[in-house]
Design a protein around this ligand. Structure first.
Ligand SMILES: NC(=O)c1ccc[n+]([C@@H]2O[C@H](COP(=O)([O-])OP(=O)(O)OC[C@H]3O[C@@H](n4cnc5c(N)ncnc54)[C@H](OP(=O)(O)O)[C@@H]3O)[C@@H](O)[C@H]2O)c1
Length: 253
């Protein structure tokens, strides 16, 4: 059997902790190292998940010759710099979504990966989801005819305390957090239709950012509903904002 690929994870937050148990189920890789911004945190995390090596500095982990692949699990705003450093160090990368915070960075990263002959990929699980793959088969077989319109949505109430969702510097906001899924979904099925254009705005409310965002979403949803009612009166669609009325009233006023 071929040697297992040796992975290192960068960042010790929510998604790293959630993904590690799944990586342990994968037969052709082993997680050999973790890096954090601080050594104590790296050590604690390594002992919690049984990872043999822990680094309190990203560069030190990149210098480890026994690391083949770096899985980048840090806030969005840090992805490009961390991915570029890993690629320059000759490491393959799997980077959490969104790969970068803009297209220019993504193109630059792709060029760098080619230049250094390494594999670089965004961790876009949705493309591998069995239900989505089945849907692709159905569409590709022409079962439902040409796809001309897609209604898609994904949402959850982001906790006000979770800084990365609300920080522009860390690449926060709805578009870069969950918007990337709906764009990917639309792009998968509308790629042949030409360009897919997406717009998003940054909204902030000094007293309660969550309430401002929800009001914006309700407004957008109302516009979307009117458009759809006019153009697609007989449509069937899953309303992405179904969960909003379940929120406590105080965050909606
Ligand atoms: N695929 C999915 O379903 C999914 C789900 C959730 C999140 N994500 C993505 O995963 C990434 C991380 O999200 P998360 O929810 O895990 O965030 P999180 O809980 O805030 O964890 C991010 C970790 O990155 C490190 N970090 C924080 N600020 C940093 C900075 N400025 N530079 C470098 N490292 C920093 C910290 O670890 P240390 O203190 O150890 O350095 C922190 O624990 C995001 O890109 C997000 O979009 C994907």
């Amino acid at each position: 059997m071929a040697r297992k690929t040796r992975w290192a994870v960068a960042g010790t937050g929510g998604i790293t902790a959630r993904t590690l148990p799944d990586l342990a189920l994968t037969e052709n890789l082993e997680v050999v190292a973790v890096s954090s911004r601080t050594q104590p945190r790296a050590d604690t995390f390594a002992s919690e998940f049984g990872i043999p090596r822990s680094y309190g500095a990203y560069q030190a982990m990149l210098a480890d010759p026994d690391v083949d692949v770096v899985y980048i699990c840090t806030p969005n705003g840090s992805h490009f710099a961390m991915a570029a450093q890993a690629v320059r160090a000759g490491k393959h990368i799997l980077c959490e979504k969104p790969l970068t915070v803009n297209a220019a960075q993504a193109r630059r990263l792709a060029d760098l990966a080619r230049e250094h002959n390494v594999f670089a990929m965004e961790a876009m699980w949705m493309k591998f989801n069995p239900a989505v793959q089945r849907l692709r088969e159905i569409v590709e077989a022409g079962t439902i005819g040409a796809v001309r319109h897609i209604t898609t949505g994904m949402g959850f109430p982001a906790p006000a305390a979770a800084g990365r969702f609300w920080s522009a510097e860390q690449g926060g906001g709805a578009l870069l957090d969950l918007g990337v899924y709906v764009i990917t979904f639309a792009e998968m099925f509308l790629a042949e239709a030409g360009e897919v254009t997406v717009q998003s705005g940054w909204t902030e409310h000094p007293a309660h950012p969550l309430s401002a965002t929800i009001r914006t979403l309700e407004l957008i949803d109302e516009v979307r509903r009117r458009l759809l009612d006019t153009h697609y009166p007989a449509r069937g669609a899953l309303d992405p904002w179904d969960s909003i009325p379940e929120l406590p009233l105080d965050v909606r006023t």
